[in-house]
Design a protein around this ligand. Structure first.
Ligand code: SF4
Length: 76
């Protein structure tokens, strides 16, 4: 899946939410998150994010962010 990371904090844009075909964005405490089991890996949101906050989970060093996305999506 794709993962929302640090640059989303304090970002006011919602372009990602509007383009996601499966509506898998959720609100965390101070940022948006992506539900990792609902994301279909289309990559559209990554291109739309003006803060470059959205990255594929295959990128190194994103484990903690993936956990946080999972948590605020309501999985645990
Ligand atoms: Fe939604 Fe596609 Fe982004 Fe996943 S990669 S969150 S399915 S827009």
């Amino acid at each position: 899946p794709y993962v929302v990371t640090e640059n989303c904090i304090a970002c006011k844009y919602m372009d990602c939410v509007e383009v996601c075909p499966v509506e898998c964005f959720y609100e965390g405490e101070n940022m948006l998150v992506i539900h990792p089991d609902q994301c279909i890996d289309c990559g559209i949101c990554e291109r739309e994010c003006p803060a470059a906050a959205i990255r594929p989970d295959t990128e190194a060093g994103l484990h903690a962010w993936l956990d946080l996305n999972r948590h605020y999506s309501g999985i645990w």
